[in-house]
Design a protein around this ligand. Structure first.
Ligand code: SF4
Length: 542
């Protein structure tokens, strides 16, 4: 029988996105002798990376001042900013761009392409990157994280070992840095176990659903950034659209929807398809073709919703630690910077041979005295202000901007997003309309399966389901009646299908790893765990 291997390193970083790679790169320059390993669940670096994206270069400038000379792939510097309010058939441009949405000096990038390039730089610097390995479990000893066990490979869907069975590896580390992105599965385990969210606001999320288009008529449009408010979202919903002109006529288009909506039938993917049918948006995409698709959640709770991001044996950085400025719709620069600050704290802890929580609190102190704190503090109450709808949110936001982020009080609280969802009868006042089948023309609008095909998603079908429904009886006995099984609506990849036999069918191989189900299920009984390493999306240009 195959033996479980053990690997010992000084620092293990879980996640090869901007924050994890920044931590690896910076730590290598601070401490050339440290052994550093990066675990990445995608089949290669960048495969699971997706963002809008307009990058504020502040983080990468500090991390690698000559990033442009080194050939970092940038689509276009931002040249034009537009903010527009949509009704179902008209648009109203804001005469003045609100300061948080001004993008002069920023760059339109494909984060996925950028991170592929950055991963190469990190490897050239002598860091070991293990792509295709998922972190399945934390190794916890004496109240401290001592590393991570990677997922077993070669287990069939019934839990039996196949001919190619390989047990996961125990990667033991003095310091484990969690950089798993939004709603990381190890981070979730750790926060619950060590109660790292005690006294904090509940984290709230949005989901961004996006496509990349090839549009010949957009080839001459250089560096244009459009943000939209309003339709197809209603005033009780949080979110908005974006359209960014990339190089060579490529257009990045998406809709971000708050995962704290009330309507149990809301379908973010469907709303995004509707968004493209607006006369204004339709004109932009005219004559173009779909290139790729993806979806991800975004942690939007801000400063008050961040967990304690240091603990015995490690730290939490980037999206996993809630480092995101929701008002500016930006987190990449904060990911780079928090990766750097965690690397500094790790380097000092290695020198002192002390990996305790008290020592690693240094990371918190570094964050608090950096521009990360300054930036997050100014927007600390942003998302919470929208709990009572768009109009009230805009009024509070103006007030917060005038008072350095305070608004009416220092700390606004909020409810977890899933707890805000209304039961079907309650939401529709007892008169539930019959479901309307959406019509997709497959030219401008696409069904979920076609979009999933364009995400390059691939999982070995013969493996245990990575979407673990903890109490399946609730789905049939309560959820159908109470919420109408919202998983079939909120999943942007048609993973959850409700069959005629009143049975939930989980098409796990479609999963694009967005984590919406883990966040938005009203009973919190869907647990997203890592599938076999290497499975998942194969994102291109996203
Ligand atoms: Fe996202 Fe969950 Fe659907 Fe996977 S199953 S695509 S994580 S909502």
């Amino acid at each position: 029988m195959a033996e479980r291997e053990t690997l010992e390193v000084d620092v293990l970083i879980v996640g090869g996105g901007p924050s994890g790679l920044a931590a690896a790169y910076h730590l290598r320059s601070l401490n050339p002798d440290a052994s550093i390993a990066v675990l990445e669940k995608g089949k290669e670096i960048g495969a699971h990376i997706i963002s809008g994206a307009v990058m504020d270069p502040r983080g990468i400038n500090e991390l690698m001042p000559d990033w442009k000379e080194k050939g970092a792939p940038v689509e276009r510097p931002v040249r034009e900013d537009h903010v527009t309010y949509l009704t179902s058939n008209r648009k109203f441009d804001l005469p003045i761009i609100p300061p948080p949405l001004k993008n002069h000096g920023n760059y339109i990038i494909s984060l996925n392409k950028f991170i592929r390039w950055f991963g190469e730089q990190v490897e050239k610097n002598g860091v070991d990157i293990f792509a295709g390995f998922s972190g399945a479990d934390l190794l916890i000893e004496d109240g401290a994280v001592a590393g991570v066990r990677t997922g077993d490979k070669g287990i069939d869907k019934h839990g039996n070992k196949k001919g190619n069975y390989e047990p996961g590896i125990d990667i033991r580390a003095k310091i484990t840095i969690l950089a798993e992105g939004s709603r990381g599965s190890l981070t979730k385990q750790l926060v619950q176990k060590f109660k790292l969210d005690a006294g904090r606001n509940p984290q709230v999320y949005t989901v961004g659903v996006k496509e990349i288009w090839d549009v010949p008529s957009q080839k001459g449009v250089d560096g244009r950034v459009i943000h939209t408010m309003g339709w197809p979202l209603t005033t009780e919903e949080f979110g908005g659209g974006f359209i960014y002109n990339m190089a060579d006529g490529r257009v990045s288009i998406g809709l971000v929807v708050g995962l704290d909506y009330l309507d149990p039938r809301l379908d973010p993917h469907k709303r995004f398809q509707e968004f493209k049918t607006h006369p204004y948006i339709r004109t932009i995409l005219e004559g173009g073709t779909l290139y790729s698709y993806g979806a991800k959640t975004i942690p939007e709770g801000g400063y008050w919703a961040q967990p304690q991001y240091y603990f015995n044996g490690g730290m939490i950085i980037g999206d996993s630690g809630g480092f995101l400025n929701a008002m500016r719709l930006k987190g990449i620069h904060l990911s780079f910077k928090t990766g750097m600050l965690a690397a500094q704290a790790a380097s000092e802890a290695l020198a002192a041979d002390d990996f305790s929580e008290a020592r690693l609190k240094r990371f918190h102190d570094l964050v608090e005295s950096s521009w990360v704190k300054e930036e997050l503090w100014r927007v600390r109450n942003f998302h919470q202000a929208f709990e009572h709808g768009f109009l009230s949110g805009m009024i509070h936001t103006s007030l917060q901007m005038a008072t350095g982020g305070r608004g009416l009080r220092n700390r606004y609280t909020n409810h977890p997003g899933h707890a805000r969802m209304r039961k079907v009868l309650e939401y529709y006042n007892g008169a539930v309309p019959a479901p309307v089948e959406a019509a997709f023309d497959r030219k401008l609008t696409f069904d979920k399966l076609t979009d999933v095909y364009n995400s390059g998603t691939d999982h070995d079908e013969d493996q245990p389901c990575h979407l673990v429904v903890l109490e399946p009886d609730i789905c049939t006995n309560r959820c159908t009646k109470e919420f109408g099984n919202p998983c079939q609506h909120f999943c942007p990849a048609a993973v959850y299908e409700w069959t005629d036999a009143n049975r939930l069918q989980i098409n796990a191989s479609n999963c694009v790893h967005c984590k919406t189900c883990d966040i938005m299920d009203p009973y919190q009984i869907i647990n997203w765990v890592t599938p076999e390493g290497g499975g998942g999306p194969g994102y291109e240009m996203l």
